[in-house]
Design a protein around this ligand. Structure first.
Ligand code: SF4
Length: 229
C-alpha cells in the first residue's frame, strides 16, 4: 500500500503540478493553534523511518510518467523533512528531469543535514506567522527550547547558501503581526532574508477567521507595504 497521498494535478503558471504528502499522519515540530491538520501528537524534528516505501516510490514514478507533470510540490501533513525517505522522493523526481518545490515551516532549514536535502529542491518555501517570541510560543507551540530568533536565523542561514528559488510565505494574523510596528519588523526580516518571492496570506479557514482574520482593506495595505508596491 502506498504511504503517500496526492491532490489532483492542477495548472499553475502553465505548469502541471503534482502536490503530494509524504507523511502517514501529522508529524511537525510546531503545534500551531490554527493548524488545518489538527493537533501535533508527534512533535519531532529528527528523521523517522515510517515504513518500506518502495511501493510508494513505484506509484510516484507511475504518476510522473503518465501525467506529464512539470513540478512536484511536497506539501505534507507537517514537516516533510522528518521523513527519512524524503531524499529518495526528491532524487526520483529529479531523475525524471522535473522540478521539486518543498514546503517547510523553515525552522530546521538551517541545520546542515536538512540544508543538504532542501538544496536539492528547485524551490523551497519557508513561513512566518508571528513577529515576537512570546507569540511564537503562544500560538505556534513549538518543541521546547525553540525560539523565534532561531526560526528566522535558520531561514537566513539556509537562503544565504541556497541556489534555488526561496519563497517566503507570511501569514498576517489579527492581533499578532498586523500592527504598524509588526509590519515594520517584518520588512526588516524580509530585507535580511532576501527571498526570491514573497507570498502574503491571511487566515481564510472559517474555523479561525473570526479570531485571526483581517479585513480586505488591511490585507491590501499590509501586502502593499511588505511587497514595496
Ligand atoms: S507549522 Fe504548519 S503543519 Fe506544523 S503545526 Fe503549524 S500549521 Fe500545522
Amino acid at each position: 500500500m502506498s504511504n503517500f497521498s496526492y491532490k489532483d494535478i492542477y495548472i499553475e503558471d502553465g505548469k502541471r503540478v503534482l502536490e503530494m504528502n509524504i507523511l502517514p499522519e501529522k508529524y511537525c515540530n510546531f503545534d500551531c493553534i490554527f493548524c488545518p491538520i489538527g493537533r501535533s501528537h508527534n512533535k519531532i524534528d529528527t528523521q523517522q523511518t515510517f515504513s518500506d516505501i518502495s511501493e510508494s516510490l513505484n506509484e510516484l514514478e507511475h504518476k510522473l510518467m503518465n501525467n506529464e507533470v512539470d513540478l512536484v510540490f511536497i506539501n505534507s501533513k507537517g514537516e516533510a523533512l522528518v521523513n527519512d525517505k524524503i531524499e529518495n522522493v526528491i532524487n526520483l523526481v529529479k531523475s525524471k528531469g522535473l522540478a521539486v518545490r518543498l514546503l517547510s515551516n523553515g525552522y530546521i532549514l538551517g541545520r546542515v543535514e536538512y540544508m543538504k536535502i532542501a538544496n536539492k529542491c528547485d524551490e523551497v518555501i519557508g513561513e512566518i506567522k508571528v513577529i515576537t517570541d512570546k507569540d511564537f510560543q503562544k500560538i505556534q507551540r513549538p518543541i521546547d527550547g525553540y525560539s523565534f530568533h532561531e526560526h528566522i536565523s535558520s531561514m537566513i542561514s539556509f537562503n544565504k547558501q541556497y541556489k534555488g528559488k526561496f519563497i517566503l510565505e507570511i501569514t498576517i494574523l489579527k492581533g499578532y503581526n498586523d500592527s504598524e510596528e509588526a509590519v515594520s519588523k517584518l520588512r526588516n526580516i524580509i530585507d535580511e532574508l532576501s527571498p526570491d518571492k514573497i507570498i502574503i496570506e491571511r487566515m481564510d479557514d472559517d474555523r479561525f477567521k473570526e479570531k485571526l482574520g483581517i479585513s480586505d482593506e488591511k490585507f491590501h495595505a499590509i501586502s502593499k507595504a511588505l511587497l514595496n508596491k
